[in-house]
Design a protein. Structure first.
Length: 508
């Protein structure tokens, strides 16, 4: 080839430059692609790791291991971990505590605090934490009783085990009714991560504890001689007085004229001579005060009048007794006696409705058979079982009723006492359910009562022991029971750690 001209050499150099640029561009693109690919790969690994990490964490929470691996109480035969405690705690709240506190969900208790003199104090304790501690102490006691039961040879009967199995099966039925999976229902109700195995273990402990408690308490006997001796040495107060108390409040910015009008009303009511005049004036004043409220009618007025009647045990008058209590508890008081209590912000009109009287009278006595809905798969199953028992016991003798109570009642203590129950404690659930149904009851009559938790079949035995005799018998039995169980903690070793007792599984 001949020599290239300058023009040709320039053109060739330009082509080489373009080719080098082209190759460099390709190389750079490859590096970019490789780099981007590497970055994407890393990102994918990171995001996958996050997803896998989140999934693993969620699975960890669902497993309940966080709580199951924390042991709070341990005895020779049992141990209670955080998952078991979570179920026990929430079940305790659902057994009337939430209703008493006027809330619907356990988490609401986290925002309700125990009363404190310092409103904004950081030391305030929430009801959630307080009842968490109460439940923990109760569970500790149950565990101790269960340990004693095993050590003394007490075992769960087939009926006990069936009740536990029915309780476990009831969760699936409840979940289906809400369109949920059973696991989700348990997490939502008793704590995330709580499993059926946790619940089964704690139910077995509770069942054994109930059997031991019932055995220990029912095993205490009180002789007639002990009862007479106690009554002779202890002066029990069963005298009461009933009285009306109507309060007329003085508004904060009331004028002297308005204050005078309020006092005149109080004095007018106090001056009433007959019960008829008093009630007429009381109703008139209550109507004036509440008559403009929505829903006010004669029925509500009757209730307002009834609410002014108070009852209390007559106490001894001392130098520290207030003038108002001195009037109320004076043994010389008679029906219709009245007293005007004058305060800075109100007037109180007191009128004796029933003078000093004794309530130490023979009490209604029952034999009791109870079935608990929670021990059946459904409430319907419990009612079917109950109705079968009721039909079979219709017309039967007291001895035959007692025999069925011993084998079928789910109230362990009462069953060991042959179903014996005296209408003594007005605050007791059964008392409140049955009181109004015993007014005209005949001996041998079967009576049915129920609430949201249980259903009872009652055999009416007529009048029995007096209130003082029942009180004395309970005092003596409780004393003997305490002497029997007080050394349980010393005899049966328990190791425990309560530093994490507040870490119950959340409801999610």
């Amino acid at each position: 080839m001949g020599k290239k001209t300058n023009k040709e050499r320039k053109e060739q150099q330009l082509l080489l430059k373009k080719e080098r640029a082209k190759q460099e561009k390709k190389r750079s693109l490859k590096i970019l692609i490789a780099t981007v690919s590497a970055i994407l790969a890393v990102c994918l690994l990171v995001s996958a790791g996050v997803l896998i990490g989140n999934a693993a964490y969620e699975a960890y929470l669902d497993s309940g291991n966080r709580y199951r691996n924390t042991v709070h109480f341990k005895t020779e035969h049992f141990e209670v971990n955080g998952a078991m405690l979570s179920f026990y705690f929430y079940d305790y709240l659902y057994s009337g505590t939430l209703e008493t506190l006027g809330v619907d969900h356990p988490d609401e208790l986290k925002e309700k605090f125990m009363s404190s003199s310092e409103e904004n104090s950081q030391d305030r304790v929430s009801y959630f934490r307080y009842y968490n501690e109460v439940a923990g102490l109760n569970l500790q006691t149950d565990l101790l009783y269960a340990e004693v039961a095993v050590s003394e040879g007490i075992t769960l009967s087939q009926q006990d085990q069936t009740a536990i199995n029915n309780r476990l099966d009831s969760f699936e039925a409840s979940a289906k009714a809400l369109g949920m999976e059973e696991e989700d229902y348990i997490f939502m109700t008793y704590g995330r991560g709580v499993k059926l195995t946790d619940i089964e273990q704690i139910l077995e402990i509770m069942a054994l504890a109930d059997k031991q408690y019932a055995k220990a308490y029912a095993g205490q006997t009180v002789s007639e001689e002990e009862l007479r001796d106690y009554l002779a040495k202890n002066n029990q107060n069963f005298n009461k007085v009933d009285y009306y108390l109507h309060i007329l409040t003085i508004p904060e910015n009331a004028t002297e004229e308005e204050k005078a009008e309020i006092r005149q009303k109080a004095e007018k009511l106090t001056a009433c001579k007959s019960d008829e005049d008093f009630l007429k004036e009381l109703r008139a004043q209550l109507t004036e005060e509440y008559g403009e409220d929505d829903g006010f009618d004669d029925k509500l007025l009757d209730q307002l009048v009834q609410n002014t009647i108070l009852s209390e045990y007559v106490s001894t008058i001392t130098e520290d007794t207030t003038d108002l209590d001195r009037f109320i508890h004076d043994p010389a008081r008679k029906n219709g006696d009245s007293y005007l209590s004058v305060g800075k912000k109100s007037y109180g009109v007191v009128r004796i409705a029933r003078e000093n009287y004794s309530i130490d009278v023979p009490l209604d006595t029952l034999r009791v058979l109870r079935l608990d809905f929670k021990n059946y798969k459904t409430k319907s199953d419990a009612l079917n079982a109950f109705n079968t028992l009721k039909k079979d016991l219709s017309g039967k003798s007291e001895e035959e009723f007692i025999s069925v109570v011993k084998s079928e009642s789910e109230d362990q203590l009462t069953a060991l006492l042959d179903g014996y129950y005296v209408m003594y404690d007005e605050g007791d659930t059964l008392y409140q359910l049955a009181a109004n149904k015993l007014t005209d009851a005949k001996e041998g009559e079967l009576i049915e009562v129920s609430n949201d938790d249980s259903v009872w079949l009652l055999y009416y035995c007529g009048k029995g022991a007096s209130r003082s005799e029942v009180a004395a018998e309970q005092m003596l039995r409780a004393k003997k029971f305490n002497e029997t169980v007080n050394d349980y903690a010393d005899r049966y070793e328990m190791t425990y750690s309560t530093d994490k007792i507040h870490q119950v599984a959340p409801l999610t």
